[in-house]
Design a protein around this ligand. Structure first.
Ligand SMILES: [Zn+2]
Length: 470
C-alpha cells in the first residue's frame, strides 16, 4: 500500500456534483484510488509515503478524450489535404493510411498518447478502423503503447466493410470482410476488455461510419456489444455530405438510420453530431446517447458546429474529443477546451455561449459519462487516482489568476501540464513524460511519416508533398 498526498493547492476543483472549489485543498491517494479530498491545512493524522507540493498549482481530475485516431499523427498537416473537406480529405488520405504497419502504429500511438498526457488527459479512447491486408494487430500495438506510457485507454475496434467496388468510400484493399471483423472484435474483448472498477483497458466496438460499412455489420456489431457488455461508438452526422448520402441510400437522416438499427442508447457515444435537428437533440437526451464534440476537427474540415449548448441544456452526455490528428493536427487536450470555449460564440446570444466551467465539465464528467465510467472524471473517495496539476507560475497565466480554473481555458498555454498521475502512477513530472526519449521518438515518427507520403506519391502519381492546385 502506498499513499500520495497532494497538498496546499492554489485551487482544488474535484469536479464533484456540487461543483466544489477548494482553495488550499488537498487530495490523498492510496494506490490506484482517491482516499480523501479536503480543505487545508492537512490534518496532522494524515500519513503519506510521498508528498507533492501543489502551491501555485490548480489540481483537477485528469481530462477524458472521447474521440481520436492515433495513427493519423503520421499524416498531420499533409500539404495535399490542407484545404480539403471530409470526403475528399478521406479519399486522399486512405491512399497514405493503407501503408501503415505495426511500427507506424506503435510510433504514432506513443506520440499521440504522449501529447494527450502532457496536456492533462488521463483517459482516452481511440477509433482504429483501417486495417490493410495482413495487419490485424494494430489495436494490440496501441494497447501496448498505452500501457508503457501509463494512460487509461479505451480503444475501439473500428471496421470498414464497404469498399469502392460496393459503393462505399474507401479502397477495397483497406476493407475487411464481416466474419474477419467480427472475429477480431470478439478476440479483442476476450483478450483485453476489463470491466472491473478503475480498469486501465476497456474495448468498445466502432464501425467507421454508415458510408463505409454494411447495414448487416452495424446490426451484428450492436448485438455483439450488448452480448458482451461493451460500448458502441461511430461517426455520426459529421457533414452535410453524409446527410445527403444517408437520405439517398437509406431514405432517412443519419440519426434515424442509427435509431432503426438499435444504435441509440446509454451504451453508445457518437463522434461529431454536427448536423442534428432539435428533435434529434431531444432524442439523444432521452436515450442517454453520448456525443464526442470535436470542434477543432469540425472547423479544420469545414464540417460545421455541433449544437452543444442545446445538447447540454437537454441533459445529453457531451464529452470533448481532439479527433484523430490528421483533422486537428495536434492531440492537445487543453487546446480543445479553449477551442470549445470560443467556437460557440460567433453570432450567438452571450446567454447561449459555453462557459469555461461548461468546457471543463465536458472534458471531465461529460467524457467519463460518454465512456460509461463513474470512476473517473472527478476526485472523490473511491474514484480512480487520476490527477493533474497545472503550475500557474508561468508567463501565460500571469494576470489571469483571479479565476484560476477558468485561466486554464481562457489563457494561452504553451507550457505542458506540470504533473500527471494516472491510476496512482506519476507519468508526467515537471512537465516531462517519464521514460520517453522525446527527440528520438519525434525523429522516428517523422521518418515513418515521410516514407508513407513518398510511398503514396509513388503509388498514385499524386504529389502529397505539395498543396493541390486550387
Ligand atoms: Zn473521427
Amino acid at each position: 500500500m502506498s499513499r500520495t498526498l497532494i497538498h496546499d493547492a492554489l485551487l482544488l476543483a474535484p469536479m464533484d456534483d456540487a461543483r466544489t472549489r477548494i482553495p488550499g485543498g488537498f487530495v490523498l491517494l492510496e494506490d490506484d484510488r482517491v482516499l480523501e479530498v479536503g480543505p487545508g491545512p492537512v490534518p496532522a493524522t494524515v500519513e503519506a509515503d510521498r508528498r507533492i507540493d501543489a502551491r501555485g498549482k490548480v489540481v483537477l481530475p485528469g481530462f477524458v478524450n472521447t474521440h481520436h485516431h492515433l495513427p493519423q499523427v503520421l499524416t498531420r498537416n499533409v500539404p495535399r489535404v490542407q484545404e480539403s473537406a471530409l470526403f475528399e480529405w478521406l479519399t486522399e488520405l486512405y491512399e497514405v493510411w493503407r501503408g501503415w504497419d505495426q511500427d507506424a502504429v506503435d510510433a504514432a500511438s506513443r506520440v499521440g498518447l504522449g501529447e494527450l498526457l502532457l496536456t492533462g488527459c488521463t483517459t482516452t479512447t481511440d477509433h482504429l478502423y483501417l486495417f490493410p491486408r495482413g495487419q490485424e494487430r494494430f489495436i494490440d500495438a496501441e494497447i501496448a503503447a498505452a500501457r508503457d506510457l501509463g494512460i487509461r485507454f479505451h480503444p475501439t475496434r473500428g471496421s470498414m466493410s464497404l469498399g469502392k467496388s460496393q459503393g462505399g468510400l474507401p479502397p477495397d484493399e483497406v476493407c475487411q470482410d464481416e466474419p474477419t471483423i467480427l472475429a477480431d472484435c470478439l478476440r479483442l474483448i476476450r483478450e483485453h476488455h476489463d470491466p472491473k472498477p478503475r480498469a486501465m483497458t476497456r474495448i468498445a466496438l466502432a464501425p467507421c461510419a454508415p458510408f463505409s460499412v454494411s447495414d448487416d455489420l452495424m446490426r451484428l456489431t450492436a448485438e455483439m456489444a450488448r452480448t458482451h457488455g461493451v460500448r458502441l461508438h461511430t461517426h455520426m452526422a459529421e457533414t452535410s455530405d453524409e446527410e445527403r448520402y444517408c437520405l439517398e441510400v437509406y431514405g432517412c437522416r443519419p440519426v434515424e438510420y442509427l435509431r432503426r438499427r438499435s444504435w441509440l442508447g446509454d451504451d453508445v457515444w457518437l463522434a461529431h453530431c454536427v448536423h442534428l435537428s432539435p428533435d434529434e437533440v431531444a432524442l439523444f437526451a432521452e436515450t442517454g446517447t453520448g456525443v464526442a464534440h470535436c470542434p477543432s476537427s469540425n472547423f479544420r474540415l469545414g464540417s460545421g458546429l455541433a449544437p452543444v449548448r442545446a445538447l447540454l441544456d437537454a441533459g445529453a452526455p457531451v464529452g470533448l474529443g481532439v479527433d484523430g490528428s490528421a483533422s486537428n493536427d495536434t492531440s492537445n487536450m487543453l487546446g480543445e477546451l479553449r477551442q470549445a470555449l470560443l467556437a460557440h460564440r460567433p453570432g450567438k446570444d452571450p446567454a447561449r455561449w459555453l462557459t469555461a466551467e461548461d468546457v471543463v465539465w465536458m472534458a471531465t464528467r461529460g467524457g467519463a459519462r460518454c465512456l460509461g465510467r463513474d470512476d473517473v472524471g472527478s476526485l472523490e473517495p473511491g474514484k480512480a487516482a487520476d490527477v493533474i496539476l497545472v503550475d500557474t507560475r508561468r508567463l501565460s497565466y500571469a494576470g489571469a489568476l483571479s479565476d484560476p480554473l477558468a485561466a486554464l481555458v481562457f489563457s494561452p498555454f504553451p507550457e505542458p501540464v506540470d504533473t500527471v498521475i494516472v491510476n496512482g502512477r506519476v507519468v508526467v513530472e515537471g512537465g516531462e513524460l517519464r521514460g520517453v526519449d522525446v527527440p528520438v521518438l519525434v525523429e522516428r515518427a517523422e521518418r515513418i511519416s515521410q516514407a508513407l507520403l513518398r510511398a503514396a506519391t509513388a503509388r498514385t502519381g499524386r504529389d502529397y508533398f505539395r498543396p493541390k492546385a486550387r
